[in-house]
Design a protein around this ligand. Structure first.
Ligand code: COA
Length: 317
């Protein structure tokens, strides 16, 4: 098997900030309620243009390439992980075109908030098999398109954004373990289905309590399973980057594992839940801040609609 290198980081956030106080003018809620239950203070919202998703994905993808020096023409594959494409036929081809990644095949991968982790694992398989040398994995979502802005149970949670990493053939293998899972029985808890009466998609539906319960059960189980296979202890891991769904979920998982809170990566206060984009946006922020350094061990865990969940353990850089 070829060695996997995970490096290169980029992120794109829309300039428009929507604070909890702004939301309190639209629905019956408050900054205090939102912050104490979720840890969210504000989120970013993309203007609703026809190419909003592609714009974010291209910006994040270009940054990730620039940070490595790999040229767009060297890419073999672009994996766009997203649940909110600009086009139901997929938006990856537009990302390929705008990046000028002329040699690259490109396709969309949809697994809601697990999408980025599923994408990283998928990319790693192509690298290990020796099929491809350079793969750009982008997580991008504009869930603001599909939120019911009158529904205070959901509209407070989500924001827009994109993040990206590069997965390449390396000299040493930095992929230490992974796992992925799906349970379609949980579909009713979180979904965004086509509605024939609207000739479109219904707003996001979520049973918050049950999704919370699912997350605080499955995320630690996933982490423990990967650690066991990789023969690592929770304290051996430098950073835990969980999908940024709720600060309380992040803290509950940290406590269950006995991990100090500073290793539990968090930027949810500023960006909210950006779905497939949340892990690479947080990664980018921590790398740029000099916190995450080359060689650090990172456990990234995604979870969400499907229900689906998955984790990947790797060494950065
Ligand atoms: N502002 C004020 N009150 C609100 C509110 C809001 N934005 N949203 C709901 N409420 C009210 C409810 O109507 C309910 O009132 P009632 O008791 O009079 O009926 C009360 O607050 C409690 O609602 P509940 O849904 O039980 O709250 P909760 O403690 O479960 O918190 C979430 C709600 C959404 C924050 C929480 O369930 C959660 O984070 N779940 C996980 C969601 C998630 O991570 N989703 C993404 C996965 S990828």
């Amino acid at each position: 098997m070829m060695a996997v290198r995970i490096w290169g980081h980029g992120a794109a956030l829309p300039p428009l900030v929507l604070t909890n106080d702004d939301l309190a003018h639209k629905v019956d809620t408050s900054d205090e309620w939102i912050f104490t239950r979720t840890g969210i203070k504000e989120r970013r919202i993309m203007p609703q243009t026809p190419d909003a998703l592609v714009q974010l994905a291209v910006e994040a993808g270009m940054q990730a390439l620039t940070s490595t020096g790999v040229a767009p023409q060297e890419l073999d594959l672009i994996l766009l992980t997203s649940s909110t494409p600009d086009d139901l036929f997929g938006s990856a081809a537009q990302v390929q075109q705008r990046l000028g990644a002329t040699r690259s095949v490109a396709f969309d991968l949809t697994a809601a908030c697990s999408g980025f982790v599923f994408g990283l694992i998928t990319a790693a398989q192509f690298i290990q098999a020796g099929t491809f040398r350079h793969i750009l994995v982008v997580g991008a979502d504009v869930l603001s398109r599909w939120v019911d802005w009158q529904d205070r149970r959901t509209c407070i949670l989500f924001g827009d954004g994109a993040g990206a990493v590069l997965v390449s053939q390396g000299a040493e293998n930095n992929l230490l373990g992974f796992t992925m899972a799906t349970d379609g029985k949980g579909y009713e808890l979180l979904n965004l289905p086509y509605d024939p009466d609207r000739s479109g998609f219904a707003p996001i539906y979520m049973n918050g309590r049950e999704v919370y319960r699912f997350a605080v059960t499955k995320v630690p189980e996933t982490i423990e399973a990967i650690l066991q296979t990789a023969q690592q202890q929770p304290q051996d891991i430098d950073w835990y980057i969980l999908h940024q769904a709720n600060q309380r979920i992040i803290e509950a998982v940290g406590e269950r594992l006995g991990v100090e809170s500073h290793r539990m990566v968090s930027n949810i206060a500023q960006v909210g839940n950006t779905s497939a984009a949340s892990i690479p946006i947080a990664l980018d922020e921590y790398v740029r801040a000099g916190k995450i350094r080359a060689g650090d061990k990172i456990m990234a865990v995604g979870f969400g609609a499907g229900l689906s969940w998955g984790g990947i353990l790797f060494q950065w850089g």
